[in-house]
Design a protein around this ligand. Structure first.
Ligand code: NAG
Ligand code: NAG
Ligand code: ZN
Length: 449
């Protein structure tokens, strides 16, 4: 509402008054009171301390991260074990035994590593965990996903302090290498006998920030394929027009791939599906030409040409159907083309089913999850497929239900971006949300598995 001059002055007057009141309050408060930033050890400083450990690739400091988290676990009173399925890649497992350890357990997962940052493009150094006066904490990993690791631990700390005992055992896995595919981290873990012995019944893994008021939850990942298409053909003088040169053969394929891409994208543009619900295919490199001293020989039509694509399949895409399309239309041998697919992990679970966690009444864990969010005063938006890929797929591959969830609402999505940051009030609210989730999930005894 517009306001006249007198309104403005009265606003600034009361502003001064409240500042004065605040200053007085601060002076009068005893040092043991609840203002978080006057203490050296509180949830925010502990989060900052974890963020300051540089676990970015290509040289993640796993040793310091594990040492730090182990000390946290000890101060809370959790059991801890460190595994090294691959030398130099430690995996820390923390456990809170339940009163009925024969029931399947709950697993909370978070990765130790993060993607690199370009410090010169940041407002604050990416491993300083700088806190601005308005409570934003800047760090690589603040959203992806060191926040959830520390929130799990803070929630457990608070529940323990209140005398809560879980019925099901609760485990927290802190794993290496997620950002480079997880093949030496979670992928090895789920295949181990140690994982088998945990008898995991339900798991939570990372999700993504939500710019709106509602929390987001993810029931599946998409599956990346790296596709290389190669064309061969008759080389010849640049002046000649003839059929079936390598370049001509490749260009035909690029056109066909582009038409497929457009048809998928049209579904998104028409509002009929989210980006993550269609197959995406994006050209990422082109390689051709005969090199000469000053660049490319402009008068030679090359005998080979190649293009690379980032392809993401949805959980319901039929991989065999996709391969048939690639072989028949995108890289037909009849046009002297060949292709190579590098599949980044499994696309069906161990029983050959699409890897999706049910988000309806058929899944009792879903109902408990939803109820726990409501109890914490939160609302969920429509469950989504994650556009990218996480370690959750390795757990889903075992047929275990897992939801991707990072409790960050009213937060810009900054994973892998410059100036990744998280507002401390959002972080602290997330701890409350996990208290609700952990107490509900670990007390839930009606699931048959
Ligand atoms: C395939 O390659 C062979 C040998 O270079 C060539 O003779 C033929 O024309 C090519 N065919 C097509 C369809 O490109
Ligand atoms: C629940 O969702 C799954 C897949 O997400 C579906 O196969 C199943 O039919 C649904 N069940 C009910 C009861 O709606
Ligand atoms: Zn992540």
């Amino acid at each position: 509402m517009a306001s006249g001059g007198s309104n403005i002055s009265s606003t600034s007057h009361s502003f001064h008054l409240s500042l004065l009141t605040l200053t007085l309050l601060l002076l009068l408060l005893p040092s043991s009171s609840a203002l978080p930033h006057t203490h050296t050890d509180n949830p925010i400083t502990r989060f900052q301390n974890y963020l300051r450990i540089n676990t970015a690739h290509p040289t993640p400091d796993y040793t310091s991260a594990v040492t730090f988290l182990k000390a946290q676990a000890q101060s809370i009173g959790l059991l801890h074990q460190t595994f090294e399925f691959v030398p130099g890649k430690p995996l820390l497992l923390l456990s809170w035994p339940g009163s009925n350890p024969s029931l399947p357990s709950i697993l909370l997962n978070s990765h130790l590593d993060s993607v690199p940052a370009e410090p010169l493009k940041w407002l604050h150094p990416p491993f300083s965990a700088h806190r601005t006066p308005d409570g934003n904490i800047f760090a690589r990993g603040a959203q992806d996903d060191k926040c959830i690791a520390m929130q799990y631990l803070e929630a457990i700390r608070n529940l323990k302090a209140r005398g809560f005992t879980p019925t099901r055992s609760l485990h927290v896995s802190l794993v290496p290498d997620e950002e480079i595919g997880g093949f030496h981290g979670h992928a090895r873990f789920v295949e181990s006998k140690e994982f088998e012995e945990l008898k995991v019944g339900f798991a939570l893994d990372e999700g993504q920030a939500s710019p709106g008021d509602e929390f987001r939850v993810f029931y599946a990942d998409r599956f990346p394929w790296h596709l290389k298409i190669k064309a061969k053909g008759q080389p010849g003088h640049g002046s000649m027009m003839y059929d079936n040169s390598a370049m001509e053969n490749l260009m035909k394929s690029v056109e066909i791939v582009s038409r497929f891409r457009e048809s998928e994208f049209d579904v998104v543009k028409a509002g009929k599906a989210a980006n993550s619900e269609v197959v995406s295919v994006n050209p990422v490199y082109l390689k051709a030409g005969v090199t000469s001293d000053n660049g490319f020989a402009m008068n030679v039509q090359p005998s080979e040409a190649e293009a690379g694509f980032d392809l993401r399949l949805t959980p319901t895409t039929d991989p065999e159907e996709m391969k048939r399309r690639i072989a028949a239309e995108w890289a037909p041998a009849a046009r002297n083309m060949s292709y190579e697919i590098i599949e980044k992990g499994p696309i069906r679970d161990h029983l050959g089913r699409p890897m999706m966690t049910a988000t309806n009444d058929s899944n009792p864990w879903w109902l408990v999850f939803k109820q726990a969010i409501t109890s914490a005063g939160g609302k969920l938006s429509k469950p989504e497929i994650l556009p990218s890929t996480t370690d959750a797929r390795f757990i889903r591959h075992k047929g275990i239900p897992v939801l991707g969830f990072s409790p960050m609402r009213n937060t810009p999505i900054l994973l892998h971006d410059h100036n990744e940051h998280l507002q401390e009030t959002v972080y602290l609210k997330g701890i409350e949300v996990y208290e609700s989730l952990i107490s509900s999930l670990s007390s839930f005894t009606e699931a048959s598995h």
